[in-house]
Write a protein that binds this ligand. Structure first.
Ligand code: AMP
Length: 505
């Protein structure tokens, strides 16, 4: 099936089969009928009260109302920005500064933060959804190249970048996922990734457009091994979507296998390198399931390549390949904007209909990363790779962006916020790797004179202050105090040298 319009495809289920389950929580199941009714109401509210072109923020975790607000915004022609609850206030503030949203749907309680946007509490969301709305003018949903959602990612200057994904971008991704991965109508998907991480798009839209359902796995479960391991063997889902890091945790539970979780048919991984060992274990534990490694940046709408993991593939490659490029897209391997020879390593450049129009209100960063190539919108990924037998092979980063547990982090982003901590004069953060995977972030810090009698107390104070401005996964695990940071010949901090030092043993 080819989807022509995301909103119509979801609504069709609400009209045709209103009792079909869409969101399955432990204590409650929501239906497509409810999703349609509530999102229509949110759309009506927006149309009556808010000018069409302003984005709206949806703040919360994995609640059903988040979906209601996303879809409501899309139906009324607004781009939505998901922000995860408990994001540090300073970061939320920076996002608001960049995005200037008209409304904030606060599904979780809004932090004590001043904003000109109208804050709509959960109680008010429920009131809006309970009301019958009559509209004088029909709704005009987001379409074509209008922005459907905006996801904020780490930026090198310390200010997050808002990646704008249009309806057309999303359509290209969803149609590919519904075609190439064995997904059929009405499947039950795991919803584990926060909505502010574009991996969540890999479950939400393919599920909702094909009459499937989402089973959320909340943070309380994910962060508590005992709870997680109790829940895992009882999961009644068919499509698994997560980062490899989350799978590594799940595989620690020995009963997490095809015998105990028979329902699992498809595994989709994205967001970071799939370690060969993880892939091998999965193939052994779930011999009947289909397992896919997919690759892509938020800027090209979730993923643009994928490959099925088989024992033969694992036998042939020392590093798991990142896949065959989807048919509507081109990948060029480039060096200084010139295509390299076949099978040579260079920067992965993606061109095609799922490439974003750029970063919200950030022409400088947009111009640096996006361009037009052979008549198509193109994006420089900063990833190194090569194409061999049409298969894309990943070869690390060419800059200082890293992935930790699947989260994308610009090391310069942490440096910037560390340098603003009152105890810190200068800092540089580097990753410590094991098997191509970041194990730890290590901060080299030149500290201001201080009164702490022990270094660990200084570290604790720095971590505390830092966590008010960056996400918790960006706080380095290890701190090394130095008199000064080493410099390169042209006077820049020698981050590569520090990386070598940390990774020498
Ligand atoms: P994000 O925008 O958060 O999805 O992060 C995109 C980046 O994650 C890519 O540019 C890669 O560096 C990395 N990445 C995503 N998927 C994979 C994969 N399958 N293998 C290796 N790296 C990946």
């Amino acid at each position: 099936m080819t989807i022509l319009n995301i909103i119509d495809a979801i609504d069709r289920w609400g009209m045709k089969e209103p009792n079909r389950p869409v969101y399955i929580e432990t204590t409650q199941t929501y239906t497509y009928g409810e999703l349609k009714k509530t999102s229509d109401a949110i759309a009506a509210y927006l149309q009556k009260n808010i000018e069409r072109d302003r984005p709206v923020v949806v703040y919360g975790e994995l609640e059903f109302e988040m979906l209601t607000c996303f879809l409501g915004a899309s139906k009324a022609g607004h781009a939505y920005i998901p922000i995860e609850a408990h994001t540090p206030k300073e970061r939320v503030d920076m996002i608001l500064e960049v995005a200037n949203p008209a409304v904030i749907f606060s599904v979780k309680e809004w932090p004590d933060l001043d904003t000109e946007a109208e804050i709509v509490s959960l109680e008010k969301i429920h009131d809006i959804c309970a009301k019958s709305w009559i509209l004088d003018v029909p709704l005009k949903p987001v379409d074509d190249s209008e922005t459907y959602y905006i996801i904020f990612t780490s930026g090198t200057t310390g200010v997050p970048k808002g990646v704008q994904i249009s309806h057309k971008n999303l359509l290209s991704f969803v149609n590919w996922e519904l075609t190439d991965f064995g997904i059929t109508q009405g499947m039950r998907f795991l919803s584990q990734a926060p909505y502010s991480f574009d991996l969540s798009v890999m479950d939400v839209y393919p599920a909702l457009t094909s009459g499937g359902s989402l089973t959320p796995m909340r943070k309380e479960v994910i962060n508590d091994f005992k709870k997680l391991f109790t829940v895992l063997p009882t999961l009644d889902i068919e499509v698994w979507v997560s980062t490899p890091s989350f799978m590594d945790i799940c595989l620690m539970e020995l009963t997490f296998d095809g015998k105990h979780v028979e329902s699992l048919k498809i595994f989709l991984f994205c967001g970071e390198e799939l370690p060969k060992m993880t892939a091998q274990k999965l193939v052994e534990r779930f011999p009947k399931a289909r397992i896919f490694n997919t690759y892509g940046p938020t800027e090209a709408t979730v993923a643009i390549s994928g490959v099925e993991i088989t024992p033969e593939l694992l036998e042939k490659y020392s590093r798991v390949p990142i896949g065959y490029v989807k048919s509507d897209t081109q990948v060029y391997i480039m060096n200084e904007d010139q295509e390299v020879l076949a099978e040579e390593v260079g920067e992965i450049v993606i061109a095609g209909p799922s490439v974003s129009k750029g970063y919200l209100n950030n022409p400088e960063k947009t111009e640096a990363a996006f361009f037009n190539y052979k008549g198509q919108p193109a994006y420089r990924t900063g990833d190194a790779g090569k194409l061999k037998d049409s298969l894309l092979i990943y070869d690390g980063r060419i800059d200082f962006q890293v992935k930790l547990h699947g989260y994308r982090i610009e090391l310069e982003d942490i440096d910037h916020h560390l340098a603003e901590v009152s105890y810190v004069k200068q800092a540089a953060v580097v990753p410590k790797y094991q098997h191509h995977k970041v194990q730890q972030l290590v901060a080299f810090v030149v500290a201001h004179p201080h009164d702490f009698d022990k270094e660990f107390k200084l570290t604790k104070a720095i971590k505390e202050e830092l966590s008010t401005s960056v996400m918790d996964y960006m706080v380095p695990q290890k701190f090394i105090y130095v008199e000064r940071l080493p410099l390169t010949a042209n006077g820049k901090i020698d981050r590569k040298g520090l990386m070598n030092e940390v990774n020498a043993t």
